[in-house]
Write a protein that binds this ligand. Structure first.
Ligand code: BES
Ligand code: ZN
Length: 453
């Protein structure tokens, strides 16, 4: 039996194991899920040992631990591949919008519904199942494998950089394989050649020293919610351009060749509007939707609060107002510099009656991966044979800060080999994984590792 036959014959078990993994509510950002994070890390370590990794362990960080594993191939010339994925998931809220409970996986038709099914437990496990299929049928994997599975990706990978810096020797590899993204459609694979960076801040606006009666003070006291709303409204001009001075200084003009490449990608505006649940698009008019969502930097308010938000009415002029704001950055932008620029900008635009504090929550660098490496050739061939279509090369709007970290700390490039779909409801209610993609994903990784060898 070869690896593909093994994978096919073991599909029911591979699905059952994924369901087990998905039942653990490993939400990294919520302290009450701390024990679940350890359960997930333990489950993953046991899984790696069970498929045959001679070494698999849970290594501590200042936050959630890293699951590390290593399997050296006896063939002396075999390259080393670093597998990356994350075992943490986003919070499941709003719970009432889920059709089935987020941590009780359910198969409906071809789709498996659960928080983390696509992002990233299903994709991470596809990598492991490919290694299992190869080693179960050949005695060992065709290349040396190292695994770096983190538990803080969804909350900003706060301790990843320090971990990688401190553990360079055990992580050293020729190339990294990251399965934590999506392809264009179930029959059209794609390889990501750029991911965006991110700077995430929280803004606190303080007006009066305490809450005031809005009838006695309103009209003469600058309401901090108004002040915050005015400042936020000014962060974009009428053309959707970000107004923070210096924000675009390092943003490179897209070359005509790259714009032409992006314009050739299959994109159906109406399907996109439907998927987003909107009637018309918004943003920089001189850039296409594909460019705006992947190749241009953006700024979004992720949350805003203050004053009275409980049921009923309360006539209060609040003391404080808050917002969470994230900016997606192109690879040339420096997230730490952008953090300083937005802090300075808020100080400059703060109206005289309020004070503003801007705190950074996290940041991560974007990255570009070269398209001319033998590993990319291997990945393209693996996709083409597993999906029956040549992969297209795309930019990703989301962020995978680990790509820049691995480049900087280990000097290696990453292959972004994802198996999710655009309608997987990542970070949203009713997240799902298209099961044919799980199984084709396993086949694709089997091929990739074989070609690399
Ligand atoms: N897997 C996603 C990123 C992604 C989604 C890449 C879809 C490609 C296609 C990842 O888990 C994620 O959501 N990352 C966060 C990172 C942030 C918290 C630093 C993101 O992009 O919001
Ligand atoms: Zn992810």
């Amino acid at each position: 039996m070869d690896a593909f036959a093994f994978a096919r014959a073991n599909r029911p078990r591979f699905l059952g194991e994924l369901e087990e993994f998905l039942r653990i509510p490993s939400v990294s950002t919520q302290p009450e899920h701390q024990p679940d994070m350890l359960d997930a890390a333990n489950w993953l370590r046991d899984q790696l040992l069970a498929v045959g990794f001679p070494r698999a362990e849970i290594l501590p960080t200042a936050g959630h631990p890293i699951v590390f594993a290593e399997w050296s191939c006896r063939r002396p010339a075999a390259p080393t591949v670093l597998l990356y994925g994350h075992y943490d998931v986003q919070p499941a809220d709003p719970l009432e919008l889920w059709r089935t409970p987020p941590f009780e996986p359910v198969v409906v038709g071809d789709d498996l519904y659960a928080r983390g099914a696509s992002d990233d437990k299903g994709q991470l496990l596809a990598q492991i199942k490919a290694v299992e299929s190869l080693s179960a049928t050949a005695g060992e994997p065709p290349v040396s494998i190292r695994c770096l599975f983190e538990g803080e990706e969804e909350s900003g990978s706060e301790h990843l950089d320090d971990f990688v810096t401190a553990n360079r020797s055990i992580l050293q590899a020729d190339v990294a394989l990251i399965s934590d993204s999506s392809i264009l459609s179930k029959d059209q694979p794609s390889i990501i050649y750029a991911v965006r960076g991110i700077t995430y801040v929280e803004v606190e606006v303080t007006g009066p020293a305490g809450d005031l009666h809005s009838g006695r003070y309103g009209g003469a006291v600058h309401n901090p919610i108004h002040a915050l709303a005015e400042m936020i409204a000014g962060l974009h001009d009428s053309q959707g351009r970000i107004t923070i001075p210096g924000f675009y200084d390092r943003v490179q003009v897209l070359t005509p060749a790259e714009r032409a490449g992006l314009a050739r990608l299959p994109f159906d505006r109406h399907a996109w509007l439907r998927e987003a649940g909107i009637t018309t698009d918004w943003g920089e008019p001189e850039y296409s939707i594909v460019e705006r969502t992947t190749a241009r930097p953006t700024l979004d308010v992720n949350g805003i609060w203050g004053g009275y938000t409980q049921p009923g009415a309360k006539t209060v002029l609040p003391s404080k107002a808050f917002a969470k704001i994230s900016m997606r950055l192109v690879p040339q932008q420096d997230p730490a510099e952008i953090s300083r620029l937005i802090q300075d900008h808020f100080q400059a635009i703060a109206p005289p009656a309020v004070t503003v504090q801007v705190r950074e929550l996290h940041h991560g660098q974007g990255a570009i991966v070269p398209l001319d490496s033998p590993a990319i050739q291997a990945a393209a061939r693996a996709y083409a044979e597993s999906f029956g279509a040549e992969p297209l090369f795309v930019r990703e709007g989301g962020s995978l800060p680990v790509v820049a970290t691995l480049r900087r700390e280990l000097g290696i490039d990453s292959i972004l080999m994802g198996f999710g779909l655009p309608d997987d409801n990542l970070h949203a209610p009713n997240e799902k994984l298209h099961l044919p993609n799980y199984f084709r994903g396993i086949d694709t990784v089997i091929r990739f590792l074989s070609y690399l060898a």
